[in-house]
Every structure is written in C-alpha cells, then in structure tokens.
Ligand binder design. Structure first.
Ligand code: UDP
Ligand code: MG
Length: 337
C-alpha cells in the first residue's frame, strides 16, 4: 500500500505560551489521520525565539515521536522560517499552520480530503477576523484589492498561509529561491489545482501578534514590489503628465510675455513649481530605489537562512519496516490461497 504522508509545518517566534496548547490538538489530528491511512508528522521551526520556545519544543518532541524540530540561527521572519521548514520535507504533502492556534488544526482532515480529490493547493480563506481591530481589517482588505489589481499572479483575498500543498506543488515552491519572499504570491505563482476552504479564524490563544503596522506595511511593500512593476510604470506616467503640464504652462508664460512684456515677477509660482517637481522626482527615485535595493539583495546570493539545529521525527515504525510488514502480510495471504 502506498502510504500518504503529510508534514505539518509550524513557524514559531516567541510562542512558548501557545505551543503547549497547540500540540495536543495537532496530536489528535495526527491520530485521526493515521486511522485514515495518512502518516502524519509535525515540524516546529523555532525562528530565533528569545523566550523558552526551544525548550518547550524539545519537551514536545520528547513526548511525541512524530515531532521534528528545526531551529534557525536567528530570527529570519515568518516567511523564511516557513521556507526553512518546507525545505526539510522531501516526501509527501505539507500543511502550514500558525503557532498561535488561530488556524484550527481540526480542519486539517478537510484539507486532506481535498488533496485526495486531486487539488494541489488547498488554502483556508478567513470568513471574518476575530480579535483584530477595524483598522487592521480595513487595511488588509485594501491591500488585497490593490495587489489583485496590480499583479498578474492570482493572489486570493483574505487568504493567509494556512494551506496544504501537494507533493508537486511543494516541489515547485522549493525551487523558488528568491530572497524577498512574499509567500502568498509565491503560492499563487505555482498554480496547479487550487481550492479555498472558508473557515472562522479564532483569536490568538496566547501571546501577542508579531505583526504591528510597520511590519504589515513592509509586508505590503514586499508583496507589491515582488509581484508587480506597476509602480515603475506609474513613475513614467507621472513624469509624462508633469512634462505635459509643464509644456502647456510654458506656452501660457510665453504668450503672456509676448503680449504684456516680461516684468520680473512670479516668485510664488516659481517656488511651487520647483518644489512640486522636486517632490515628484524624489518619489520616482524612491520607487526605483525600492526595486534596486531588492535587486541588490538578490545579487548578493546569500543563503536564505541558517540552521542552528535539526532534529528529525522518529517514527515508531520506519517506512521500510512498514513495507516489510506489508510484504509479510501479503506472503501469508498468498500462502493461505
Ligand atoms: N512568526 C515567525 N517569525 C516571526 C514572526 C512570526 O515565525 O518573525 C510566526 C508566529 O510565531 C506565528 C505566525 O508566524 O506562528 C503568525 O504570527 P502572528 O500570529 O504574530 O501574526 P498574525 O496572526 O497576527 O498575522
Ligand atoms: Mg496570529
């Protein structure tokens, strides 16, 4: 029998309070999956936490053989922590889960069902965002609309990282080695058969959100610059527009000077024009700079992350032993026949 495998990847940064509550829920799901013929394991990635997260993880691993641990050398951010986790999976499907219990693990069997139906990218779509202020909701809403308009890659709205990737989608994702990783966009880029599962996103179980407005703003910039060059084109159009206005205004000045002479005046107009053009130029330069900076980062070719330690899961029966058992079973069966 071909055993289906699933690895649940959980990136955690300072989640010592949340993990002990999460692990029993995951373990229950893994038990249910095992009864359903899916060999599941969970991989916790410690993204350079400064609290007791790593110690907590080790306790969890000691208590359950299906727990694998990966620790990064420092805090690399959620996107890279997830990448590090996904890179470690060389067999079967992957499922990404937040450490704070906001994505209910109890839904995982539904994701697996969809995978079995032939979908490669099963993603959870939030029906509402509990425990988040109206400002965060409004800005998130605006962001998904803007990126939807700017980017040619389909990026579904209100979809986080809670998703299952089939082996081939995972393999495709592992080949995307860009440094500036806007994961939602990368998932979209991979394509294949995609389907959404609507779900209610719970409030955080413990601790605080790591994403304040500044980080979210940067994430939004990352998303737009990674998946669209529209801002560069916007700079061109803005330049064309100001050139056109400047030309028309120049005609007005010349005509005025021809008919009414050229007394020295116009200090206010001159100042406003100079300041306006200066501002437009700086904005355009800034936009170019955003892209140039990212190009610079890519050009350095540094590794995406560094691993501090790696502790694989210790399945009770290895895949090999299982195959052996199967064969013995089959031999016995044929002997009886
Ligand atoms: N996270 C991480 N590295 C970071 C920041 C966050 O691995 O630098 C993890 C965090 O532990 C959690 C997930 O990313 O499992 C989502 O973070 P959070 O709940 O703070 O974000 P929110 O749900 O508020 O968007
Ligand atoms: Mg959260």
């Amino acid at each position: 029998m071909d055993q289906e495998r699933l690895t649940i990847v959980v990136a955690a940064f300072n989640e010592a309070d949340s993990l002990p509550a999460l692990q029993p829920r995951i373990a229950a799901v893994l038990d249910a999956l095992a009864r359903d013929g899916v060999e599941g394991q969970v991989l916790y990635v410690d993204d350079g936490s400064r609290d007791a997260t790593w110690q907590v993880m080790q306790q969890l691993a000691a208590g359950d053989r299906r727990v694998a641990l990966l620790r990064l050398s420092r805090n690399f951010g959620k996107e890279l922590a997830l990448t590090a986790g996904l890179d470690r999976i060389d067999e079967g499907a992957a499922l990404i889960l937040d450490a704070d219990g906001q994505d209910p693990p109890e839904l995982i069997p539904q994701f697996v069902d969809r995978w079995r139906e032939g979908y490669d990218d099963v993603h959870g779509t939030r029906l509402e965002r509990e425990g988040e202020g109206w400002l965060k909701r409004a800005t998130a809403h605006a962001f998904y609309r803007v990126i939807g308009m700017l980017s040619k890659t389909p990026i579904p709205a209100d979809t986080g990282d809670f998703r299952l990737l089939s082996p081939r989608a995972l393999h495709a994702l592992q080949q995307l080695r860009e440094r500036h990783r806007f994961m939602k966009g990368l998932f979209g880029w991979v394509g294949y058969n995609r389907i959404a599962i609507p779900y209610h996103r719970d409030p955080r179980a413990a601790g605080r959100s790591k994403f304040n407005f500044w980080r979210l703003w940067n994430l939004a910039l990352e998303g737009i610059t990674s998946f669209s060059t529209a801002p560069l084109r916007l700079a061109t159009y803005l330049g064309l527009l100001t050139a056109l206005v400047a030309f028309l205004y120049g005609v007005v000045i010349i005509v005025k000077a021809l008919f009414w002479g050229d007394p020295v005046a116009g200090w206010p107009t001159m100042m406003s024009v100079i300041l306006f053009l200066g501002g437009v130029q700086l904005i355009a330069l800034g936009v170019i700079g955003e892209y140039l900076g990212r190009l610079y980062d890519e050009a350095k070719q540094r590794p995406l992350y560094l691993v501090d330690s790696w502790q694989p899961a210790r399945p009770a029966r290895s895949a090999h032993a299982l195959d052996e058992g199967d064969r013995v079973q089959r031999l016995r069966g044929s002997a009886v026949d």
